[in-house]
Design a protein around this ligand. Structure first.
Ligand code: SF4
Length: 298
């Protein structure tokens, strides 16, 4: 039976296949990471998006910081971040992120944000200030940003890129056909445009990165078309992971894609020329992000 991309509050979530069952935390680092984030009053996408890997990542002392508050102006059908009128930006948040990165001893930091469509620059200047603060307090750290689309505003993109992140990540999320049902306001072509511009403006001084969730009902040829579109936009790095329904109000999982199928997609992506590909059921945008070895000027 074909499942449609409509939330169905009365249905049960399907039982997870064995390969997606959670592993328990393995060290005291989990609670100390949580205590640190609480003390510095920071949001992480790990918690806000109910990421299934946050036990593992926090146990390793890594976290993906979410700046600009925990209220998003958009309402994507897959995302557990709260949709509400955002609060004002906190001027000292960049320094608090920098301090958290220092105390966690991070070698690679991932900074993301909710979509701040209420701000004239979409929150780009806040990204720039955070990158600067993290670099100032953590010399040599690799900085990856995972940004919203800024409504494809060139000035916002230039503001973020002016801080010279090493990796500019913007997720395509899903294939072209499913985008209107899965994403809120974002469009497939706009996301490709953001990635294309980021590469064109920064050239070989930056890696661009994107990712898709699989299991939303996409067909193989649609996935391969999306990978080709990303490569045509100059995208260097790719993540492919299994979509999981965060609550019954969110889009249902249409399919649990097998690990071997993820492996096959990964091979196809490498064949298309992506520099680095992470493809597997548990992969998320920043899962094991620090394992990729950069070859860029520091
Ligand atoms: S833009 Fe969509 S995916 Fe990003 S935080 Fe907001 S609701 Fe979630």
């Amino acid at each position: 039976m074909m499942t449609t991309l409509q939330p169905n509050p009365s249905s049960q979530r399907p039982r997870l296949p064995q390969w997606l069952r959670n592993r328990l935390p393995t060290s005291d680092s989990f609670s100390s990471t949580r205590a640190l984030l609480d003390e510095l009053k920071l949001h992480t996408v790990c918690q806000s998006a109910r990421c299934p890997n946050h036990w593992e990542c926090w146990s390793k002392g890594t976290a993906t910081f979410m700046i600009g508050g925990d209220r998003c102006t958009r309402a994507c059908g897959f995302c557990a971040v709260t949709t509400a009128k955002p609060l004002a930006l906190e001027a000292d948040e960049p320094e608090r992120v920098a301090e958290a990165a220092r105390r966690l001893g991070l070698r690679h930091v991932v900074i993301t944000a909710v979509a701040r469509d209420d701000l004239a620059d979409g929150g780009a200047e806040h990204f720039r200030r955070t990158i600067d603060a993290v670099r100032a307090l953590n010399p040599g750290i690799v900085i990856e940003v995972l940004t919203p689309d800024f409504n494809d505003r060139d000035s916002s993109l230039d503001t973020v890129l002016s801080a010279h992140p090493h990796i500019f990540n913007h997720n395509l999320e899903t294939v072209r056909r499913l985008t209107p049902a899965v994403r809120s306001r974002a469009t497939y072509d706009r996301s490709l445009s953001v990635l294309r511009k980021a590469k064109a403006r920064s050239g070989n001084t930056i890696y661009t990165k994107s990712g898709l969730m699989l299991g939303l009902g996409e067909r193989e040829e649609e996935v391969l078309a999306a990978l080709s579109d990303l490569r045509a936009a100059g995208c260097d790095l790719l993540t492919l992971g299994q979509y999981l329904q965060p609550t019954l109000k969110h889009l249902p999982v249409v399919e649990f894609v097998s690990p071997s199928k993820f492996g096959a997609y990964g091979e196809r992506a490498r064949g298309l020329g992506f520099v680095h590909v992470a493809s597997g059921p548990r992969v998320r945008s920043s899962y094991h992000a620090d394992e990729f070895k950069l070859e860029l000027p520091s």
